[in-house]
Design a protein around this ligand. Structure first.
Ligand code: SF4
Length: 379
């Protein structure tokens, strides 16, 4: 069991967090069956504290485990077909894909995943190095993967470190590995600039009639075992029996009859379904609710500030000055400093990062509202 930072947790390598140990599940091709979703929910409830994160790579993190329950959870999740039983193969499969890709892209991604799993020499890459396949109506951004594969007419184009190569579908895995092998070791590292975890993707949420799919955002990427069970039941009732995970803190259910959309909207009440929802603007880490460094309950305060009408083009509420949820600048950054009389206190940064010098400090939510003003329509 690893105990150092600067690496990535996975199913077999838990990481200690403020609310216990967490394990990360990397569903193959970013989709899980209803049966698998029920298994994840059951394991999260029985082995952890029931909380689950949908990460910026479309992975699922189960929280609040112990070293013993983490081992048990890993066995159950492997048995559910959610991970490779070989820890090395499972660790290597860092492949991000677009949701709802056309069949040819799915085939390319499948072949690439299998090749990555088998290439033991890839263990020398940094743990955060990511492969990506992007196709269809929800493409990945250029900076979401280190090596990115996109369709290019009748062929496929691979991008890595400023280099491009074209390949047939069958040749994509071999060309991808040769590009990585040709990269000087000093450049075999994830993007130098930290990728900002994306708030909920506005392009994903809502009804997509041409795809027969409905997307819904999970505020801060957080759900729990009860919600996951409910979502899986909806995918079985109204969809194709799969939950499609995205890298934008959102999921999609596909294969939906248009007549079922109103009932689905009702069933998803409380989640983000509208591209105008202000929760799309906000990044917030788990703060004191799940991190030992957290000075404030960042997510609860972020939602309170939105309810009170605080708006900005981008808002980052951070549990401390480390700024994990959004390493880049935001129009408005609030940095947790501590608690006074039960209320979180924040430093206020404009157009900057969590570690930047605050314009004002020690402000609680009401003082922040007084300083920042309310939008005319906080609904
Ligand atoms: S920003 Fe601070 S409180 Fe938030 S997750 Fe990172 S270390 Fe924890």
């Amino acid at each position: 069991m690893a105990d150092a930072r600067g690496w990535c947790p996975d199913l077999f390598t838990p990481m200690q967090s403020g609310d216990g140990w967490l394990i990360r599940l990397k569903p193959r091709l970013a989709r899980i069956t209803v049966r698998q979703a029920f298994a994840v929910a059951q394991v999260a409830r029985a082995s952890g504290n029931g909380l689950i994160d949908l990460t910026g790579r479309g992975n699922l993190q189960l929280r609040g485990l112990t070293p013993d329950t983490a081992e048990h959870a890993a066995r159950q999740l492997v048995a559910a077909g959610l991970a490779d039983p070989d820890p090395a193969r499972e660790r290597r499969r860092n492949l991000i894909v677009s949701p709802l890709m056309p069949a040819p892209a799915v085939a390319v991604a499948e072949a690439l995943a299998t090749t990555i799993e088998c290439a033991a020499w890839l263990d020398a890459l940094p743990a955060k190095f990511a492969f990506g396949v992007s196709a269809g109506r929800f493409p990945l951004a250029d900076d979401q993967a280190d090596l990115l594969v996109r369709p290019q007419g009748d062929t496929w184009r691979l991008f890595l470190g400023g280099h491009t190569r074209d390949a047939s579908a069958a040749a994509v895995p071999a060309v991808a590995l040769s590009m990585v092998r040709a990269l000087p070791p000093t450049r075999r590292r994830p993007h130098a600039a930290p990728r900002a975890p994306r708030p909920i993707g506005p392009h994903v949420v809502g009804w997509h009639p041409e795809a027969g799919a409905f997307g819904f955002g999970l505020p801060f990427g957080q759900l729990d075992s009860g919600l996951l069970t409910r979502l899986a039941s909806l995918a079985a009732r109204d969809g194709d029996g799969l939950l499609h995970l995205t890298t934008w803190r959102a999921m999609l259910v596909a294969g939906i009859d248009p007549a079922a959309v109103p009932a689905l909207r009702d069933a998803l009440d409380g989640l983000v379904q509208d591209p105008g929802d202000p929760r799309l603007l906000v990044n917030a880490c788990i703060g004191s609710a799940g991190c030992s460094s957290g000075k404030v309950d960042a997510r609860a305060d972020a939602l309170a500030l939105l309810r009170l009408g605080v708006r900005a083009p981008s808002i980052h509420v951070s549990g401390c000055a480390k700024g994990c949820a959004h390493p880049g600048p935001a129009a408005l950054t609030l940095v947790g400093r501590g608690i006074r009389d039960g209320r979180g206190l924040y430093g206020l940064v404009r157009d900057g990062r969590a570690g930047d010098t605050a314009l004002a400090d020690g402000l609680d939510c009401m003082q922040l509202v007084g300083r920042l003003g309310r939008s005319a329509d906080p609904s």
